[in-house]
Design a binder for this molecule. Structure first.
Ligand SMILES: Nc1nc2c(c(=O)[nH]1)N[C@H]1C(S)=C(S)[C@@H](COP(=O)(O)O)O[C@H]1N2
Ligand SMILES: [Mo]
Length: 424
């Protein structure tokens, strides 16, 4: 049943936690963390009202559309299968992936504040979470309905020109009658991508606000493609035609200075600007948690800086993070906190595993964030910029020092984290 905290089509629920709360746990609790503030930590991003669906009644239909003319014989063209949640739970191997989910607009406030006005929700640095997601791999489900995986193949070839469209038809959204997004079939079939039909978040059934009873999780991609309340998968020769794939979540070129200009330049026309897919590598300074903060040295004259970092696309894990207090003259290596190490068993309050103990396997950090901490010797000073930059296993690094501007304020990953910090 809908409640007044579920939002509406006109005013959906969009909120983020305080970044200090966000980095207090390697896995982001989806419920209240039990503190006196009773704050939710996992951000919410909705284009319509939060849905409350019944796991026993809900079904997933897998089909192809009429435009479909497969270019290879790896994909059948007469698909029509319906699976229940219980089928997805019992008929397929259940897989878990620890992975960050980040809205493309994370850090938009910095872009707006420092570069130029942009159009979009004023996200700070908290439109991101890190969770263990569990359910069948999309690859296994597609294989069951007839998509061919040739022995010995990595799974990415032979699927060119085919898209997997995801739909939630449960509610209208702000700019369309339904919510959807798509990914190339090659990504869906790539075993190294671990694309999931998630039934659980942090070992508990998905909460309604995060997509109960079923959502896609596309590790390494912007949150917009991880469709909540998933009811339909369509194999197609086309990308999803949904508004949010075609007309939003794109990095428009800088000449698109305002919405009307983007329209008049035809930049929203099909094929002109590709939809955002993979997230960019990013790092965020969470302590100090905002510009113009004061931060205190300890008795040894040392500052403790903290934050998180996210790898680029499928190129994780993050291998190192460095910080600078002098605009890049000197860099200090941050310590990557070891929650992802082998044999680490950590108690995450509010996470939802029966006994509160969650074990994260070594090597599972490919799509996960890392939390980091740096101790840096510093003198008292005013007007200090705190920079952070991450490198991932694929060699990606943050390229823009102050960030670059785009109309929708997406994909911001500047090295400059905080400005005008006072060190005392
Ligand atoms: N059905 C549906 N799925 C959706 C959305 C939505 O509005 N409706 N928003 C998308 C966007 S833009 C993001 S960033 C993530 C947010 O997931 P969360 O609300 O669990 O944080 O869900 C994605 N999936
Ligand atoms: Mo998003």
């Amino acid at each position: 049943m809908a409640s007044n905290t579920d939002g509406t089509v006109k005013e959906p629920v969009n909120r983020e936690p305080d970044t200090t709360d966000l980095i207090s746990s390697f896995l982001t609790p989806s419920k209240s963390n039990g503190s006196s503030k009773s704050q939710l930590v996992a951000y919410d991003r909705n284009h319509g009202p939060i849905q409350h669906l019944s796991a026993t009644k809900h079904t997933l239909t897998i089909q192809n559309d009429s435009s479909f003319a497969p270019k290879s014989n790896s994909v059948p063209s007469n698909l029509s299968t319906t699976l229940s949640i219980s089928d997805l739970k019992t008929e397929f191997t259940q897989h878990s992936v620890t992975c960050a989910l980040q809205c493309a607009g994370n850090r938009r406030h910095e872009m707006r504040d420092r570069l130029k006005e942009v159009s979009g929700i004023d996200w700070g640095d908290g439109a991101v979470m890190n969770a263990v997601w569990t359910g069948p791999l999309l690859r296994d489900v597609l294989q069951r309905v007839g998509v061919v995986v040739k022995a010995g193949e990595t799974g990415t070839t032979g699927y060119d020109g085919v898209h997997v469209q995801f739909e939630c038809n449960a509610t209208k959204v702000q700019d369309d009658d339904w919510y959807g997004g798509s990914i190339p079939l090659g990504v869906a079939m790539d075993p190294k991508r671990e694309v999931m039909l998630a039934l659980k978040m942090n070992y508990s059934p998905l909460p309604p606000r995060h997509g109960h009873p079923l959502r896609t999780i596309i590790p390494g991609m912007i949150g917009a493609r991880s469709v909540k309340w998933l009811d339909t998968i369509t194999l197609s020769a086309q990308e999803s035609q949904n508004f949010y794939q075609q007309h939003d979540y794109k990095i428009l070129p800088p000449e698109a200075t305002w919405p009307e200009k983007a329209e008049s330049l035809g930049l929203w026309e099909k094929g002109r600007v590709p939809p955002m897919m993979d997230v960019k590598i990013n790092s965020v300074v969470a302590v100090p948690g905002a510009d113009e903060k004061e931060i205190r040295r300890d008795q040894d004259g040392m500052l403790t800086l903290k934050g998180y970092a996210i790898p680029g696309g499928a190129d994780g894990p993050v291998v190192n993070v460095h910080v600078s207090l002098d605009k890049g003259e000197t860099w200090h290596e941050a310590r990557i906190l070891d929650d992802g190490d082998e044999n680490t068993t950590t108690t995450y309050s509010g996470v939802g595993a029966g006994d509160g103990k969650v074990r994260v396997e070594k090597g599972s950090l490919k799509f996960s964030w890392v939390l980091w901490e740096a101790r840096v010797r510093a003198d008292p000073a005013e007007d200090v910029s705190v920079w952070s930059k991450a490198v991932d296993a694929g060699g990606n690094t943050q390229e823009d020092l102050e960030g670059s501007w785009n109309l929708r304020g997406v994909g911001f990953n500047a090295v400059e984290g905080r400005r005008m910090i006072r060190i005392v």
